[in-house]
Ligand binder design. Structure first.
Ligand code: C2E
Ligand code: CA
Ligand code: CA
Length: 356
């Protein structure tokens, strides 16, 4: 009697029900029995529904919110999780709102140049010298530094990451050009491109054009990409890497060993560099199995003429472990975090680290 069901339109319904009846309700909605009276006779069906749930804890909530929050849960269930029932938490709602605000403000922020490139050093641990860097983007938003973990996922999902990736590449090239003019001795800098960028069929051409327009030596830029399980993406990735290769632009496989990676990557792709993911070293005790796997991957890649770098090295025992496995180029907090440009320029002047 004191519950409500409303029809929002189309095949969307909303129900305001007591919490103790939630399970009963979702069980019912998993297979609603229907009987249709067709001219040829009665037919029985079951109809399944996708359900988004938001549990109301606050009596003072506005009615608009009561409608919009379960809708967010439903959206998650349909588009993100592919689950029949999703219960959404207040944290998730805050995250979704944040993602929406990212998408709403992103283009203007690009125009206002609110995105800045930080540079994380890559160090040869045999000489303790800077040998390269990775350009990592940050959003300077209302005086706060927003990390890419917040804004990259929504930009990838909406396919809008491409503009940012071109922006970062362009700024890296411009920074390098300036360093060259100011007499710094350059190191190679890598730039990330999202797999979602592969949808742009002119991606390799555009990257080549941006580098050529700034007049940077192509050997000084490297493009980082990650592997994929999606067959269509895989084809596009292979074509992309090959095109870059023909332009004389080298690529690196990022996050190798995280989630999906396969040894056929080493065979198929014309990549220059393999970046070993930090998950390989993200442990307190290295087992002999870890060591054998890492050693073999490094050995194979080296035999194939690739450069190897390990990222996420924070501690000396991790450094020793990867050194022992045969990798000496290191990117990680052990040497430096991603640095604002002024700090990185100091590092370009004094390339040698004091630590071992
Ligand atoms: P990634 O490409 O794997 O970059 C390495 C990330 O690991 C960076 O996080 C870096 O700060 C972090 N890291 C480096 N060394 C250590 C370490 O020793 N310990 C730990 N715990 N972390 C370490 P960041 O800068 O937050 O970037 C996160 C991800 O965002 C990047 O992962 C990359 O996938 C993406 N990203 C960053 N900038 C761009 C960009 O310009 N374009 C695209 N498409 N993606 C970007
Ligand atoms: Ca990367
Ligand atoms: Ca990585």
């Amino acid at each position: 009697e004191d519950e409500l069901i409303g029809h929002l339109g189309g095949d969307n319904f909303m129900a305001l029900i007591h919490r103790e009846r939630q399970e009963l309700m979702t069980e019912f909605l998993a297979g609603v029995p229907l009987e249709l009276d067709l001219k040829t006779g009665r037919r029985k069906f079951t109809l399944a529904a996708t359900v988004g749930i938001w549990e109301i804890d606050d009596d003072n909530i506005e009615s608009g919110e009561i409608i919009s929050r379960p809708s967010m849960a439903l959206n998650q269930a349909k588009n993100v999780r592919h689950k029949n029932v999703v219960i959404i938490s207040d944290d998730q709602i805050a995250r979704i709102r944040q993602q929406k605000s990212v998408l709403a403000e992103y283009k203007e922020a690009l125009e206002k140049e609110e995105f800045k490139v930080f540079y994380q050093p890559k160090v040869d641990s045999r000489t303790s010298c800077l040998v390269g860097a990775e350009g990592l983007v940050r959003w300077m938003r209302d005086g706060k530094t927003v990390s890419p973990g917040i804004f990259i996922p929504p930009l990838e999902e909406s396919g809008e990451i491409l503009l940012l990736d071109y922006y970062v590449l362009k700024h890296v090239c411009m920074d390098m050009k300036r360093w060259e003019r100011e007499g710094f001795q350059l190191v190679k800098v890598s730039v990330n491109f999202s797999r979602k960028d592969l949808r742009d069929s002119g991606l390799a051409e555009n990257i080549n054009r941006i580098i050529e327009e700034t007049g940077i030596d192509k050997k000084m830029i490297e493009i980082e990409v990650t592997e994929t399980t999606d067959e269509e993406e895989h084809g596009a990735l292979t074509a992309f890497i090959n095109k870059l290769y023909d332009y004389g632009i080298m690529t690196a496989i990022d996050d190798f060993g995280a989630g999906y990676s396969s040894l056929s990557t080493l065979r198929e792709f014309r990549v220059k560099t393999l970046k070993i993911d930090r998950s390989f070293i993200n442990t307190d005790n290295f087992s002999w199995k870890d060591e054998i796997i890492l050693k073999d991957i490094i050995h194979m890649a080296q035999e194939l003429g690739m450069d190897i770098i390990t990222e996420g090295v924070e501690r000396q025992d991790q450094l020793f472990f990867v050194n022992k496995a045969g990798c000496f180029i290191i990117q990680g907090y052990y040497y430096d975090k991603p640095l604002p440009i002024e700090d990185f320029e100091k590092r370009l002047c004094k390339k040698k680290y004091d630590k071992l």
